[in-house]
Write a protein that binds this ligand. Structure first.
Ligand SMILES: *Cc1c(COP(=O)(O)O)cnc(C)c1O
Length: 377
């Protein structure tokens, strides 16, 4: 059995004809930059998400950076992010001369802890970046309540949850990334909507902000060669947009395949006393960018080695919480006195199993059977 964390090849083979044709069409047109596929994809994703504006960019990290640049922030302003996320979320905050304030996460959903979020707010706080980690939304009703109370911007990092539904407490349903001031995402190949290289996007319902974002991502210009501000060059390639147009049509079925695989894992892992299967938040569905277990009383390194010997890859997202990263030493003083007990514990106890759109019940059974043997259960 050839088991992968993410089976991009298997997925490609199922849609090969459409993908190949879409790529060839762009090559034939030679409109590699800002071809029609880019604006078509932006419109299609906007209508899928139910948001007014989608602006493509070069990757998910740029999306976060451009989002922060579009807000009127100044050096020293504080931006709150969860401590347990991929570094990109926080890196851009520091890069722009803003101060990253890290907050612990909820032990069951791994998303930002609302109580700790409120405690971290100071007069310098200007924005919150909740992360919809592993495919499930942060508690956005609570994030928005806190943001409104303190007049803060909200940038939703939706790199791992594109297509997830958020269930507002008043019954409305919204797509992840469309609730805050700006939503951002990544089309890195292994993401739920992945392209065949790098790509990213921003979403907003605010017309003025959308114009600002478009300008920043295009060298700070609105009129050609008139540069109103310092911007960046961050574009979604036409070829990637063409691929994404094909894959967007399948996003719901891709996410459904992940959910079904997760349900099979859950059922098969039920007898296993040393693992805690992923919790489902009541405010969001879970589209399983990752299927992440919490281990109790298990030597994780040994387990990973034993599974690898059986041809089963596993990953640890994330082995070091951000407050322990060397790169954040300069910001330690801002994060002293805050507890990161949950992210510390998670980084030592989580393990992600293979999760993708092509998993079969047989493969899942093979993985779980071997996991049970390794755990002596
Ligand atoms: C992947 C990811 C990013 C960055 O996306 P890139 O396209 O790789 O730059 C940002 N935040 C989170 C949570 C991610 O998982």
């Amino acid at each position: 059995m050839n088991i992968q964390m993410c089976d991009l090849k298997g997925q490609y083979l199922k849609i090969k004809d459409e993908i190949d044709a879409a790529i060839q069409e762009v090559i034939d047109s030679t409109a590699f930059i800002k071809g029609k596929e880019v604006s078509l994809f932006q419109d299609e994703l906007a209508s899928y998400l139910g948001v007014k504006h989608v602006i493509g960019c070069a990757n998910g990290t740029d999306a976060l950076q451009v989002a922060l640049m579009a807000l009127d922030l100044k050096p020293g302003d504080e931006v709150i992010t969860p401590d347990f996320t991929f570094i990109a979320t926080v890196e851009v905050v520091a890069l722009l001369g803003l101060t990253p304030i890290l907050v612990d996460v909820d032990p069951s959903t791994f998303t930002i802890d609302i109580k700790r979020l409120e405690e971290a707010i100071t007069p310098k706080t200007k924005a919150i970046i909740p992360v919809h980690l592993f495919g499930q939304c942060a508690n956005m009703d609570e994030v928005m309540r806190v943001a409104q109370k303190h007049n803060l911007y909200v940038i939703e990092d939706t790199a791992q949850a594109l297509g997830a539904d958020y269930y507002h407490s008043d019954g409305r349903v919204a797509k992840a990334g469309t609730i805050g001031t700006i939503g951002t995402t990544s089309f890195f190949p292994s993401k739920n909507l992945g392209c065949y290289g790098d790509g990213g996007a921003l979403f907003t319902n605010d017309d003025a902000l959308a114009a600002e974002i478009r300008s920043i991502a295009n060298h700070g210009m609105k009129v050609r060669y008139h540069h109103d501000r310092i911007g960046v060059n961050s574009r979604l390639d036409t070829i990637q947009a063409a691929i994404l147009r094909v894959k967007l049509k399948y996003l719901d079925s891709f996410n459904k395949a992940r959910i079904e695989a997760a349900n099979v894992y859950d059922a098969m892992l039920k007898p296993c006393s040393k693992v805690i299967t992923p919790a489902r938040a009541k405010w969001s569905n879970h589209i399983f960018h990752q299927y992440t277990l919490k281990l109790t009383g298990v030597d994780r390194d040994k387990l990973q080695k034993e599974l690898a010997a059986k041809g089963i890859p596993t990953m640890v997202y994330y082995p070091i919480p951000l407050h322990m990263q060397k790169a954040f030493d300069p910001y330690r003083e801002f994060n002293l006195g805050r507890s990161f007990q949950v992210s510390d514990t998670l980084s030592n106890s989580v393990i992600s199993l293979p999760m993708h759109t092509e998993l079969t019940d047989d493969v899942i059974k093979y993985i779980v059977d071997n996991l049970m043997v390794a755990l002596k259960e």
